[in-house]
Design a protein around this ligand. Sequence first.
Ligand SMILES: [Zn+2]
Length: 493
Amino acid sequence: MNMKLVCCLSSFVLAAAMSAAGAGQTFKMDEKAYVPFDATTTVTVECPDSAAAGWLTAHLKEWYGDYAPKVVAGQLSTLNSQLSTSPEAYAASADASGVKIAANTLAGVRWASYTLRQLAIAKRGTVKTEGMILPTLSITDAPHLAFRAIHLCWFPETRPEQIERAIRLAALLKFNYAIIEPWGMYKSEKHPWRAWPDAPMTKAETTRLVALGRDLGITLIPQLNCYGHASLSRRSTIKHSALDIHYEYEPLFEPGGWNWCLSNPETQRVLREMIAELHENFGNPPFFHLGCDEANAQTCPECVKTPNHELVVRHIAGLSEFVKSRGAKAMIWHDMFLDKADPRWKEFVKHGGPMAPQLLDALPKDIIICDWQYSYGNMKESRKDWPTIGYFKEKGFPVAGCPWMNYNAMKPMADYLAANGGFGFIETTWHRLRGKEWEQMFMSAARAAWGSPVSHGVSFERSLRMIGTDMKVSDYLDTGHLNNQVPHRWWGD
Ligand SMILES: [Zn+2]
């Protein structure tokens, strides 16, 4: 086989140059000329981070066992000269002389290794894998956007394994942040009444996931809903993760429990304690998401004594200041800052009243506005301009564009963010992290945020299987993109 592969190299053709590559991206691959990627292969790495070769050695061993290529640190001046200045850029090549990776940071080495892993397939002709093969290739690559996040919701119905699978898969698709929103699933030691009984997101499990993410190159960011959505449940269910079982905490919430009570000083104290606990448990990441979407006007007799926008500004500014004191930046959803009646936002997600502009103007300008725009009613839209993102940017805020299942809108949104100095891109997934939608959300968002098909998109199916293997998945329910292939009710009596 090796002889055949070497012969093929003489007719090396740049068969798969992708026209869609963006700045700093080139991709040449010859799928007719595979080379070994096994224990006979040497991977030469040039990276200023001395930890890079060790990280790569450990992970190739994890993925390929006894058939792992060996790794050496070395000088790769030709490849290195092709690197863009992005901290996450990498260049990689594979041919008969071996595999080479040049990167500016360990992050770049990680992305290079993920690209190679996605392109490698098992060597042919044996029962079990005895080494991999790679198409002859030459790649230079760099991300479109520096902040690329997946937003993951941990529901009572979510298997803990599903959260780990989603984190691992997001890293493999080169997202560098994952915002974790526990829906009553975080077992706070300080305020255990806040979570559903037996919540699985314990301190130890959180620490484990954060460390896993760090190793894989994806930073986990905690989310705590600090205004609306205080039930930590979908509104249509009228469930409440605190009040349904601990009704005695009613004074902390507005009647009904959807909002926190903002005039109660205990609310701010409790929330700060929860923020501190979560932030510390997440390893003090550089961001903290305060939620704040879909809030209603305050209704309790104390809150209504103060104009609503004043209460809200005081509340959010206080919490963002607290987040800042911990060395992080606060993120919040955007919708209360766009006036529903303003014709400019007719086709966009908005949930604010007439005081929305004043509310926005009074907010500290270092809060990152997460502008979730879902193209309601027109999922096929492919708009090129994003006036709400432009509006928040003009007001002086860092802005993240946040799509959901509006797949066609993702690339134009990422392009708009890149061209207009946007802060970053957050793919939201909510309760749709399963089945074909999971695949479409992750794949479309990865392509949009990274900027081209160069870096990923090889196969969702193979990628899912790789991370399942990394997790040593053995339960049927944790395979594929659905727990079950036939609905249980089909077998009902
Ligand atoms: Zn109140």
